[in-house]
Design a protein around this ligand. Structure first.
Ligand code: AKG
Ligand code: FE2
Length: 374
């Protein structure tokens, strides 16, 4: 067996899982940068009753997804497509079970992520993102100009470099298995994301593969999120309220819980109950634009707690940087004219990445900025 370099011995010896959160706590007080305005602080009790729909995807394990909405299909499949359409319209969020992604792929990433985040912060910062490359480790992200109580590791599926964006993965030396675990996981979750995209297209009465072309040379990426326990969970958020800017998010959360979704029906925050071997799906701003507001991208946030650390792994399914976005011609009409100006995804993505890197004095880019004035 190869002998381990000295640095790995040092890492093992200095293992301390709460170390990075300690840097953010002075005495017993949380650094001011994390404190949410009173109106955005989480209430001490949030209900998980009446939450997002749970959808059984097993029909797509039994039957092929039809290529056209007019194709004859078994009832189970047409019911599933209708169920997905209703969830997108009423909630913008749903949970899926029997999704076909092997549990082992996820478990391997979870184990490696746990080891990575347990490293001393100086070690993690050796692969930290900077203002040119947004990928790697990061523990000072801001959402809407308030710092999030979290640390993340981001990697992209397809590396690329352009004048606009440098997207290059930075893999840590330790744990050595992280890279392979991540690369294998993403193949499984990407397959699920394509199936969901096709079912969503069918639910909008479009050919199943209507969106697929936009995702060649995609800017899709995976984020490993780690939320340390926090001494003031009533004042801070793991991730501040936001809408995902991409097309679709496929998220795995652990058994701790903390994801809150703003229920469309009444504007209340509801907790998403952890469910073993399930994924949480939400439509992002791009599907909102393509569907001309039929399926809205819904606000969500992450509450933290004082006892338990929490891990989650979102896959952000994003189109190619060159994609120009606007409502699809098939989904607009004289009675339902396009509600958005055309915009470029690469530019939007870059503006978002720049604005969550540090606290700015102004509001960061939001999808409503592209809404047509009437
Ligand atoms: O941790 C979670 O459950 C959700 C995280 C999230 O919303 C995000 O990273 O965009
Ligand atoms: Fe999100």
């Amino acid at each position: 067996m190869e002998s381990r370099p000295d640095s790995l011995h040092r890492i093992t010896l200095t293992y301390d899982k709460h170390r990075s959160s300690e840097a953010s706590i002075m005495g017993n007080e949380v650094d001011q940068a994390f404190i949410q305005d009173a109106e955005h602080r989480p209430k001490p009790t949030i209900s998980d009753a009446g939450g997002i729909p749970v959808i059984d995807l097993s029909p797509i394990l039994r039957y092929p997804i039809p290529s056209d909405p007019a194709d004859p299909v078994p009832d189970e499949l047409s019911d599933l497509i209708a169920e997905i359409g209703a969830a997108c319209q009423d909630w913008g969020f749903f949970q899926v079970v029997n999704h076909g992604v092997e549990l082992e792929l996820l478990e391997r990433v979870q184990a490696a992520a746990r080891e990575f985040f347990a490293l001393p912060v100086e070690e993690k910062r050796r692969v930290k993102r900077d203002d040119v490359n947004p990928l790697g480790y990061y523990d000072t992200e801001h959402t809407k100009n308030v710092r999030d109580w979290k640390e993340v590791f981001d990697f992209i599926l397809t590396e690329s470099e352009s004048d606009l964006l440098q997207l290059k993965n930075q893999w840590p030396e330790y744990p050595p298995e992280l890279r392979e675990a991540c690369e294998e996981y993403v193949e499984g979750v990407k397959e699920l994301a394509y199936k969901l995209l096709e079912l969503i297209a069918l639910s909008l009465n479009l050919p199943a593969k209507r969106f697929n072309g936009f995702f060649e040379d995609s800017t899709s990426f995976v984020r490993l999120n780690h939320y340390n326990p926090c001494p003031s969970p009533d004042l801070v958020l793991g991730v501040g309220r936001h809408k995902d800017g991409g097309a679709l998010t496929v998220l795995s959360q652990d058994e701790v819980g903390g994801l809150d979704v703003k229920r469309k029906a009444d504007g209340e925050w509801v907790r998403v109950k952890p469910r073993p071997n399930s994924y949480i799906i939400n439509v992002g701003d791009i599907i909102q634009v393509w569907s001309n507001d039929k399926y809205e991208s819904v606000e969500h946030r992450v509450s933290v707690n004082s006892e338990k650390e929490r891990f989650s792994i979102p896959f952000f399914f994003n189109p190619a940087a060159s994609t120009n976005l606007k409502p699809l011609d098939e989904l607009v009409s004289e009675e339902n004219p396009a509600r958005y100006e055309e915009y470029n995804w690469g530019e939007f993505f870059k503006a978002r990445k720049d604005s969550n890197f540090k606290k700015l004095g102004k509001e960061n880019l939001q999808i409503y900025h592209f809404r047509k004035k009437v």
